[in-house]
Structures are given as C-alpha cells and as structure tokens.
Design a protein around this ligand. Structure first.
Ligand code: NSP
Length: 233
C-alpha cells in the first residue's frame, strides 16, 4: 500500500480531532477569541522558524537529490508564503518582536519541534521527512474544508486561504509522490519508523490547537506552595 494511503487511515482520529477542535470551529464561525489566536501565532512562530531550519537539515542529510531539492524549495516557499503572511498578521495584531521574545515557548510547541529534530538523530532523513509531512498536509485539508464557507473575519479568512491555496496543493502532491517512493525502497524497520514519526506529529498537531486554546504553560512545580499530585487514569 502507498505510504500516504496507509498513514491517512491511521491518523484519521487525530485529524478528525483537529477538524472538530473548538479552535478550528470557532475560527470558522468567527467566535475565536483574539487572545487565543495571538497565542497560537506566537507559538507557531517558534514552530515555523524551526520547521524551516529542519528542511535545510533534511536537505543536508539526505542522499536523494529529489528530496534535497524538495526540502530547499519548501523552505523557500515557506519564507515567501506562510512566513510572509504571518508577518502581516503580526503587524495587524500589533504583536511585537519583544512580545514574542518574552513569551515562553509552550510545552507542546517545544515537544513537537523536538520530535522533528529527534528524527535527524535517532531516525533518518526519511523519518524526518515523514514527521514534517502532516504540517502541510493537515493544514491543506483544514484550509480546503474551511474555505467552503469561509470565515466572516478577514484575518481568519486570510489564514484559511493560505492553506487552501493551489500552490500548497501542488507542493503537497509532489511531497507525497516523493515520500511514497522513499517508503517503497525503505527497510521494514524504517517503514515502521516513518509511520510512527508521522503519527506522533499528527497527535502533536492535534495537541497544538489545545495548547493555544488553553494558553498552555509549563508546570510550576512547588513554586506556589505544595503542588497537588493527583493520579489520573
Ligand atoms: C503547528 C503547525 N503545523 C502546521 C502548520 C502549517 N504549515 C503550521 N503553521 N503550524
């Protein structure tokens, strides 16, 4: 079975969770509290800057020219596309460099970025590629779904349109073609690691909405007196 067909089935619960998450639902209905969107954008700035760097690192590590070319093209596309749109959002929402620098990276953003870098050490350039794929793929599916109705808020609609874009679709198709070829010629162990890397990223994509929605912060330990340690099942 094609890698993309196999993993698309496996990630369905997490992606459905993303489609149904209040962050996404409220972004579409224009009920998303601006502070939540701001927090998302600030955390996502951290994510995207590392995501861009990861592409260059994969390009350095791979021995496959098509992968290297794709990674460099995607990193350049990110700079001229999504990151440029984000600069505009920051301006519109008056998010300053100082505010970004003073906002601690939330645990989930840190976890997600660390997971992707980890692939380059513990895994291979193929597993790193697999870990990176939900980024463009899930967001494109979200963009296409939400673009059917659109959001009444021009800012949210601009966010949606970025991912529903035809260029994003073409680049995604190319990435899927390349990764399917890599998967076919990988060992069984590497194939399993590729599937696992993509599934973990999909769970972290889902967790990313919740991170923003709850203004997730690091635990404070005993900083405010005795911490409560409650066992959860
Ligand atoms: C966490 C996350 N995942 C994906 C994307 C879409 N490039 C994003 N901006 N942020």
């Amino acid at each position: 079975m094609l890698f993309t067909k196999l993993v698309r089935q496996k990630v369905t619960p997490y992606w459905e969770g993303s489609f149904q998450h209040p962050f996404i639902q409220e972004l579409e209905s224009d009920n998303l509290v601006p502070e939540i969107f701001r927090y998302y954008l600030i955390q996502d700035q951290y994510y995207l800057s590392h995501f861009s760097r990861l592409h260059f690192l994969i390009a350095q590590q791979t021995t496959d020219k098509a992968v290297a070319d794709l990674m460099v093209a995607e990193a350049k596309g990110l700079a001229s596309g999504e990151l440029a749109v984000r600069r505009d959002f920051f301006k519109q929402l008056a998010i300053t460099d100082k505010e970004v620098a003073q906002t601690p990276v939330a645990p989930t953003a840190y976890h997600y970025v660390s997971h992707m870098y980890r692939q380059l050490i513990d895994g291979t350039s193929n597993t790193a590629f697999a870990a990176a794929l939900p980024c463009s793929w899930l967001y494109h599916e979200i963009g296409v779904r939400l673009n059917q109705h659109g959001s009444p808020d021009p800012l949210y609609q601009q966010w949606i349109a970025t991912y529903a874009d035809k260029t994003a679709a073409a680049q995604l198709q190319q990435a899927c073609r390349v990764i399917n070829r890599l998967y076919q010629k990988s060992s069984v162990a590497e194939q399993q690691a590729m599937v696992q890397a993509l599934c973990i990223s999909s769970q972290l994509e889902y967790a990313f909405w919740q991170m923003a929605y709850t203004f997730e912060r690091w635990p404070k330990g005993a900083a405010n007196g005795s911490p409560k340690h409650v066992r959860q099942r």
